[in-house]
Write a protein that binds this ligand. Structure first.
Ligand code: DAH
Length: 348
């Protein structure tokens, strides 16, 4: 029995000395000193011995137990110490190393310009208004005096919502005129930027684009008021030396209707570059078309319950991207929607 204990002691000490890590060590401890461990078994079997033997072997066995326990503990401390020295080695931190700057985002040029539009017109007393992008026929067309056979309703241009009668993705922000006038009394001054949709896609057209609509209803307003408001606003929004030109045009919801042109920012309105060559941006005309406007048609006022004998007003609707393109000399509308950081960063 003693011999058995002696050899158990020797092999265990050997195993402890070659144990690679803490896990191996504690597994070993269990197989020797655990409840069903080898040493434990021997200790239990002592009861079969005579009192004399029990005394002698029992003493020896307990000494071995204490020795092994100590060895296990010692070896565990060695592993523990190694662990910490490894942490120092692997996880050291160079606090003098320059930091990594997080990427900084910025607002999209369209969002910025919308803010500017609201700001500039806001200072002239126009309050912000908006309407739904999924719109009904009444607000997008009928109330705006657009007859059922008008080409603007053409399947070619308008996105009709499938399986819903007379529901469209709004083709213009003019719907906001109707929605606002239906719910308020003159005098009215609103500015309504927002998304609009048409089946169009090339370098200057996108199926989703932005417009901003303006409306002023009061007594005795005139085209002269319209021009004064637009000249002041567009000089602030696009270029301080901008000029405007009104050309007669046609829209169902205005009478008279006009097309608004601004002087070309590339050649200053002369049509010619300093070297005598034709201006490519305005094709030598000196003018750039920016949108429609006019005096609100009496039928539109009647449709929303405003008496055209008492009130009149002007309205305008401009392509928003178009004005940003003019301002910053951008020649492809698609740049706004491609999310190329090289483009977007220039506005940050
Ligand atoms: N809604 C028109 C369009 O999208 C633009 C327009 C023209 C708006 C004349 C107006 C206006 O308010 O008076 O082509």
């Amino acid at each position: 029995m003693k011999q058995k204990l002696q050899s158990l002691l020797e092999t265990t000490l050997k195993s402890i000395s070659v144990a690679k890590n803490e896990k191996v060590l504690s597994d070993l401890e269990t197989t020797i000193l655990g409840r069903k461990g080898e040493l434990t078994k021997i200790l239990r079997s002592l009861s079969a011995l005579s009192v004399e033997e029990k005394k002698e072997v029992g003493k020896f066995a307990n000494e071995i137990k204490v020795e092994l326990k100590n060895k296990f503990e010692l070896q565990r401390q060695v592993f523990e110490a190694e662990k910490f020295s490894n942490i120092a080695e692997e996880e050291w931190l160079d606090i003098t190393f320059p930091g990594i700057k997080p990427e900084e985002g910025s607002r999209h040029p369209i969002s910025r310009f919308i803010d500017e539009v609201e700001d500039v017109f806001g200072k002239m007393g126009f309050t912000f208004a908006d309407g739904p992008e999924i719109e009904d026929d009444w607000h997008n067309f009928t109330a705006l005096n657009i007859p059922p056979d008008h080409p603007a309703r053409d399947m070619q241009d308008t996105f009709w919502v499938k399986d819903m009668e007379k529901i469209v993705l709004r083709t213009q922000t003019s719907d906001v005129q109707i929605r606002y006038m239906e719910n308020s009394k003159p005098p009215i001054r609103i500015i309504a930027p927002g998304k609009t949709y048409r089946k169009d896609s090339d370098a200057t057209h996108s199926p989703m684009f932005h417009q901003y609509e303006g409306l002023m209803i009061d007594r005795d307003t005139s085209l002269a008021n319209l021009k004064a408001v637009l000249l002041e606003a567009l000089r602030q929004l696009i270029a301080p030396d901008l000029n405007l030109r009104f050309r007669l045009s046609y829209f169902p919801f205005t009478e008279p209707s006009i097309e608004v042109d601004c002087s070309c920012v590339n050649c200053g309105g002369s049509g010619e570059m300093p070297d005598g060559k034709n201006c490519r941006v305005c094709k030598r005309t000196g003018w750039l078309e920016i949108g429609g406007a006019g005096m609100v048609h009496p039928n539109v006022l009647k449709n929303v319950g405003i008496d055209p004998e008492e009130y009149n007003g002007f309205a305008f609707g401009f392509g928003l991207e178009r004005q940003i393109m003019i301002k910053y000399k951008i020649d492809d509308l698609r740049l706004f929607f491609e999310n190329d950081l090289r483009f977007l960063r220039q506005f940050a």
